[in-house]
Design a protein around this ligand. Structure first.
Ligand SMILES: Cc1cc2nc3c(=O)[nH]c(=O)nc-3n(C[C@H](O)[C@H](O)[C@H](O)COP(=O)(O)O)c2cc1C
Length: 661
């Protein structure tokens, strides 16, 4: 008996018996072939989530119409029978794990990509553009709506023919069916617009068409936006929870077998796939409210990361708990919780790297979707299982940031005795500082995850991991270990351009020094120079201190250059509530005691401060020249060989250890 047993009870949707309550929610990955067929990468990706303990695995968005329904060059496509065999392969791969498999069918409507569409336009109920992309859009004619209903029905029938266990209609996230449901985007005056029921008419016809073309037993799931949260942008005619309850009742009446509750649309994307500003479980009430209103199973996601949050949803009447990102980060989440190892879950840190990399695929369809904390995500089909060929050998790792910790994990899995040298008194490297700003505490989860699995590794039958904190990795110390290889992950150092005089003054701090400043910078005037994510986070953190006033300066014309827009919206929402001054277009010329001089629009400007935080990025330190004298391979990874974010560090550490012969 475990307190999480309720997560592992079977549940029935129509006649489909799902072995447990965990759903891998749809997650656009764009691993499909260019012709829209499912790839081997898809098969292995989804099968890994089934094998890891998700009872139900749902595919990414799968388009029903290539002429005006493309969201990306590498979407799954089910607008033709030729795609069916590849979907059958996906279904078989997932079902072989014991999980059930559903396909999510969709049309993006005005959230599509016009360049991929036949006439360079997107289509929508009333010609409205999404404010996120402002892609040109035209209103669908009445017959075209009938055609789209048929597209969905035929795609649903193809899902059935492929042997998948269920189909999910995507009526959420501001895509075409959601555009019909929402009074914000549907201003039609035919039978597909007007009252709440009329706006849902398109969904009724699709559900009934799929039902007629398949079987009474074939589960039809509907993914629904419970709330578009448009009121957060001052728009008052979006879908609200009250409306979603009414839609759910109608869908049930019309033959839907389950409701999969989500939120948001492209204009309110931060409420759909949330950055760090949103707490775990924040939207659980949406799922619980809909579950109380219908008699069919309800699936709900709510930034679920820990089993306690999942259990709260189940105890609140929700039948199944969904996550995309947590099961992307750790496909074995279910197995770990079931076996009592919830403390070994690799946590999703809501860093948004997955969605950022997915969006980069719009520029280059071969950009893989990646995960910051799981270097195997999406590479399941490329990576052979790790061999335990390190037994009896030692692996030395220098530095215990994310690259070093991941290297230690893989080294231990390979059976090496791992020794980690860490100059500081605790493990984590840059993560220790990065976890300090408000809302960034999830990074502590990552440190604790590594600490837990690495300290328990030997007991679990893997190689022993020894941390030598407060210890410099010298040539002698490394020689003494006689390691098979050294993984050099000693990190980076802050950039201090020699061309700017005064940067070595004591009043100039690096971001870690400012974050850890003792005594704190309470009551001070602080100037932060550089508005990348680190600079903005330091500004946010310091502005929360007692009486500390922050002015943020940026050389470029825009604050937050290179910061992913969802993270930018999130953090600027919080920073905007403080009195922090924002100064783009200011080039730092020199620093004197208590004064910074900037060039702005051709003039020189003097700014007084108590402390100045220089956040101009980092530079790799690289392995020292003496490392060659060791006579063993020295493999650099993480920031020590190329500055990146957590994803590059973790994947670099992983790949470095895999490369050791
Ligand atoms: C990279 C990414 C891709 C997504 N793709 C889809 C999708 O194809 N279809 C869909 O219904 N939801 C999609 N979602 C939304 C997720 O299914 C889920 O609702 C959302 O991520 C919030 O839950 P989570 O924090 O547990 O992942 C996507 C989310 C992300 C981050």
């Amino acid at each position: 008996m475990s307190k999480f047993d309720a997560l592992f009870e079977p549940v029935t949707i129509n006649k489909m018996v799902v072995p447990n309550r965990l759903v891998f929610e749809p997650m656009g990955n764009y691993y499909a072939e260019l012709d829209g067929k499912a790839s081997q990468r898809d098969c292995d990706f989804y099968a890994a989530r089934g094998a890891g303990g998700c009872g139900l695995v749902i595919t990414e968005i799968c388009s029903v119409n290539r002429k005006h329904g493309r969201g990306d060059a590498r979407n799954l496509l089910l607008d033709n029978d030729e795609a069916i065999p590849s979907f059958a392969e996906m279904a078989k791969a997932v079902q072989a794990t014991g999980a059930k498999f559903a396909v999510e069918i969709y049309h993006p409507g005005c959230q599509g990509v016009p360049d991929l569409n036949e006439d360079g336009m997107t289509v929508s109920p009333s010609g409205q553009q999404t404010k996120l992309t402002m892609a040109p859009s035209r209103a669908l004619g009445h017959d075209e709506v009938l055609g789209i209903i048929d597209d969905f029905v035929q795609a649903g029938i193809r899902v059935y023919k492929s042997g998948a266990d269920a189909v999910e209609l995507h009526c959420a996230h501001g895509y075409l069916l959601c555009q019909f449901l929402s009074p914000y985007t549907n201003h039609r005056d035919d039978e597909f617009g007007g009252s709440l029921e009329a706006r849902a008419e398109i969904v009724r016809r699709i559900i009934e068409g799929i039902r007629q073309g398949t079987s009474p037993d074939f589960p039809i799931l509907v993914r629904l936006t419970a709330d578009e949260y448009l009121r957060m942008l001052g728009v008052d005619d979006g879908i609200t929870l009250d409306m979603a309850v009414e839609f759910s009742k109608l869908f049930e009446q019309w033959g839907a077998d389950a409701i999969d509750v989500s939120a948001g649309n492209y204009e309110t994307m931060n409420w759909a796939w949330e950055p760090v500003g949103f707490d775990e479980g924040w939207k659980s009430e949406n799922g619980k409210t809909i579950a109380a209103a219908v008699n069919i199973p309800v699936i709900a996601c709510s930034v679920v990361r820990h089993p306690e949050t999942a259990l709260d949803l189940i105890e609140g009447g929700v039948a199944m708990v969904g996550s995309a990102r947590q099961f992307f980060a750790d496909p074995d989440w279910g197995n770990k919780v079931k076996a009592g190892y919830a403390d070994q879950i690799r946590p999703c840190i809501s860093c948004m790297r997955c969605i950022e990399s997915l969006m980069a695929a719009h520029e280059d369809p071969f950009t893989p979707m990646v995960c910051s904390v799981n270097p195997e995500a999406g590479r399941e089909c490329d990576l052979a299982p790790l061999e335990k060929d390190g037994v009896g050998r030692t692996l030395a790792i220098v530095g215990s940031g994310p690259a070093g910790l991941e290297a230690a994990r893989v080294g231990s899995l390979r059976g090496f005795d791992v020794v980690v040298f860490e100059r500081a008194d605790e493990i984590g490297g840059q993560l220790v500082f990065a976890a300090k700003p408000p809302k960034k505490w999830r990074l502590r989860w990552l440190i604790e995850y590594y600490r837990t699995i690495l300290t328990q590794a030997e007991g679990a039958g893997f190689g022993r991991v020894e941390f030598r904190c407060g210890t410099e990795a010298t040539l002698e110390a490394l020689r003494e270990l006689n390691p098979a290889a050294v993984i050099w992950t000693a990190g980076s150092e802050p950039i201090k351009p020699a061309s700017i005089p005064g940067l070595d003054l004591p009043c100039v701090l690096t971001p870690p020094e400012a974050i850890m400043a003792d005594p704190a910078l309470d009551g001070e005037q602080v100037v932060v120079v550089g508005s990348g994510m680190t600079g903005i986070e330091v500004a946010e953190m310091l502005s929360a201190k007692q009486g500390c006033h922050v002015e943020l300066y940026e050389m470029l014309d825009q604050i937050g250059p290179g910061v992913f827009f969802q993270n930018m919206i999130d953090i600027m929402g919080r920073l905007g509530a403080t009195d922090t001054g924002l100064h783009p277009g200011h080039k730092l010329l020199r620093v004197e005691e208590g004064k910074a001089f900037f060039e702005h629009e051709g003039a020189e400007l003097e700014v007084p401060f108590d402390h100045l935080v220089l956040s101009l990025g980092m530079r790799p330190t690289g392995a020292p020249a003496w490392a060659d004298e060791l006579g063993v391979p020295v493999v650099a990874a993480g920031d020590s060989c190329g500055i990146g974010r957590i994803q590059e560090a973790v994947t670099g550490g992983y790949d470095a250890v895999r490369s050791v012969k």
